[in-house]
Design a protein around this ligand. Sequence first.
Ligand code: I6G
Length: 679
Amino acid sequence: MTKAGAPSAEIRQRVAALRREIEHRNYRYYILDDPELPDAEWDRLMQQLRELEETYPQLVSPESPTQRVGATPTDEFAEVRHRIPMLSLDNAFTEDDLKNFDRRVRERLSIDGDVEYSAEPKLDGLAISVIYERGVLVRAATRGDGTTGEDVTTNVRTIRSVPLHLRGDAPKLLEARGEVFMPMAGFERLNADAAKKGNKVFANPRNAAAGSLRQLDPSITAQRPLDIFFYSVGAVEGLKLPSSHSVTLDLLKCFGLRVSPEVRRVRGASGCLKYYADINRRRSRLKYQIDGVVYKVDSIIAQRELGFVSRAPRWAIAHKFPAEEALTVLRDVEFQVGRTGALTPVARLEPAFVGGVTVSNATLHNMDEVRRKDVRIGDTVVVRRAGDVIPEVARVLLDRRPKDSHEIRLPRRCPVCNSTVKRDAEAAVARCTGGYRCSAQRKERLRHYASRRALDIEGVGEKLVDQLVEAAVVESPADLYLLDLAMLSDLDRMGPKSAENILAALQRSKNTTLARFLFGLGIRDVGEATAAALARHFGDIDSLMAADVEAVRQVQDIGPVIAAHIIEFFADPNNREVIDRLRRVGVHWPMAKTNSGLTQPLLGMTFVLTGSLASMAREEAEDALRALGAKASGSVSKKTSYVIAGRDAGSKLRKAEGLGVPVLDEDALKKILSSQRPP
Ligand code: I6G
């Protein structure tokens, strides 16, 4: 676009309106987490503004949303002295520490009853201060030593959830303090990208956030997925602050500053502990890493009365989660055999206390990971346990490697059945070739066959399968149906009632669907969706077993690799025999309608189910939709045909609304299923 002369009043108004509109959209998107418009519409508004600013450069101003990445790289960061020191928090590591904190608060305030606290997660990020003068962002600084930090204004301006302009009636001066962090998904993407390019990867999201914020070139920071939650106010002028901390946070939200949606008011130490337990339980499902919970006395008058001790307030405490990483020594490595024969190297460790439990085993994933991390037996390693995830060896401390450390070698023969181990040329995974002959594979296949999403045989879990295989009563899934009361009652810790329940569950499982049965067979890479697609396409198992690679490749979303696995599975006489026997003992399913048959009315459509349904389980609804030819997906995108929103639908519903994907309720779903017609 060419440069023009002086902008008319109309152009000026259009530019101002576009900026207001974009800021409003940003507020809805980042602060309310409730975008009204599809992303493409936001892009269009930004593009219009950019074009006008290019044509009329005299209209460009630093607080325009186009100017987030305006500055050129610097050589170093200037020092910034904080008007009010940025303090640190005392820590509580145990329940008793927290109870003592609460007792001290009550004693100092001479309160008999419960103290009200404001509680929120403690993000594992980087504390910063952001100053707004008359509503305009003028300075952002790191905490530094608490008295002096580094000026990171140009970098913080690139964080989209930090408004360049406050909303509403902004005061003369407002210093908001908060934590900059990198959400897990962004961190993983960043590291995957870095690894692909052969660049250094970050050890954790905290380091990635700190490294990104301390980039001398703001255009690099702008590409990093940083985010922020504000949690307190520093200096203020021209504003009377509320008398409670929680209302102060509400005020920050009104100014358009992002505050954690997890902030809650709780009563007394018991309220704090309940909050802690709840966040800890949901921790692995949060989109960002946290290392504890912060409680603050909610009343500002009480905060003033309590004051400070050395560099920390007496009115707040960080209740830390047990460390998720610990140092220990790798004593040995054993190889575990999975359902499809995959050999997983498992580290046997000197026991270490990690994330609140003692860990002596951790996964090393596969041999490529062993090489990439350069792990050897005898090494001092960092073991990591995040949430419910299996502990893993995260990295090695190479400077502590002992002289007698030795290499981890992939065994040539299966450690369980002595069959040969094969490693595909291109894959990281090595496999035992023993199939059902390998007791480890037998156990895993049996567990999978009985699992909830497969044949759903209640009571046939890990322990029972171990007992049955070790007693040599059960080898293949078909043997499960030959069990009787006497055999089951003979097992250790098995009462007659449990044995009866298991027999009843086995009986019930005989009446299944072809999709569940195919999934339950445990064919390599055949998950639920592929099993459903196979069932839909072939309609019965005999046609599938007779199919060649080309025929299997005709199935929706099946590529050459999965097709080869399917053919290989059905070519194995052992597997054919198992299927035969299962049918002979009475496992059956209704004939599925094939793609060539009449009813595939939802073919080509993708549904996403979110929230809970009153009349059926989500998997049941997904199965039913698949049976009509639809795909059931877990995430919403522009390609989603419909989102079915049940009770308490959350972010998926909002995303659908943002993308303009049609949303249906449970009644509409029932109508589709009963009428077998698209909506
Ligand atoms: O480092 C901190 C993390 C989180 C904090 C903090 C916080 O509140 C959620 N609050 C204060 C008052 C301080 N540091 C000093």
